[in-house]
Design a protein. Structure first.
Ligand code: SF4
Length: 236
């Protein structure tokens, strides 16, 4: 547990500084009780690269929902090969998944927000909560500029919903800064980014967008913008 005063101090101390400095601090402080939760986005790939510069064996995990794009699965392999690591992969529980599909069909998420949340719960949130059991802090690749739902997020926060520290080292970065890092460090990235997909999640819930569109407008595009989160970053 960390006090609100300490969180405020960390936010003040690390504001405007390179993300690696906050990463180093949290990795040294938490050891193997901190992990990057990676969706293989350019932000998470950037953080993977940065964490490996600090420690050759950081904890990095990803959630395999079973509905990812083939390009995303390829990127898991590419990342492991490039860095000589093995990303920890968490999958949904078989029984819960079978029950959900039996009761609601395989593509239930298009029917209502409730069913979409149920699918995200079974395929993402439950596996995430299993990953969290071994952690005191999680690192995320969120950026404030990504969407209306992220505009008030801070560098360091207490994640009340999950009961651990949440660290967002790239919160102040622009998309251009992330791409600059990816290109200059030859960081492997999802090939779908070159085909009009700025934000990539599960295949049935992601579509390409036109140049200039909001970068998250291709995610759950049939819902209102304020609903377009899977619950991973919910404020409770
Ligand atoms: S993003 Fe879509 S397919 Fe993936 S878990 Fe959520 S509702 Fe299910």
């Amino acid at each position: 547990m960390i006090s609100k005063a300490e969180i405020d101090r960390l936010n003040a101390d690390y504001a405007g500084r390179p993300p690696q400095e906050l990463l180093r601090y949290v990795m040294e402080r938490c050891g193997d009780r901190v992990a990057l939760s990676s969706s293989l986005s350019i932000e998470d790939q950037t953080l993977t690269d940065m964490m490996l510069e600090i420690n050759p064996q950081p904890r990095i995990f990803t959630l395999d929902t079973g509905r990812l794009f083939p390009e995303t699965y390829q990127l898991i392999d590419k990342t492991n090969l490039r860095y000589g690591i093995k990303l920890e992969v968490f999958c949904p529980q078989t029984e819960a998944l079978q029950q959900m599909v039996r009761d609601n069909g395989i593509n239930l998420f298009y029917e209502s927000i409730e069913k979409r949340h149920l699918c995200c719960q079974v395929r993402k949130l439950e596996p995430l909560s299993r990953a969290f059991r071994t952690l005191d802090a999680w690192v995320c690749g969120l950026r404030r500029a990504q969407s209306v739902t992220r505009s008030e997020m801070r560098l360091v926060e207490w994640d009340d919903a999950h009961g651990l520290l949440k660290v967002n080292p790239l919160i102040e970065w622009s998309e251009a800064q992330v791409w600059e890092y990816v290109r200059s460090h030859h960081v492997p990235y999802n090939q779908l980014h070159d085909k009009g997909y700025p934000s990539i999640g599960c295949e049935p819930c992601t579509r390409s967008v036109k140049p200039g569109d909001d970068i998250r407008s291709g995610r759950w595009w049939w819902e209102d913008p304020q609903h377009r989160e899977c619950g991973l970053h919910a404020k409770h």
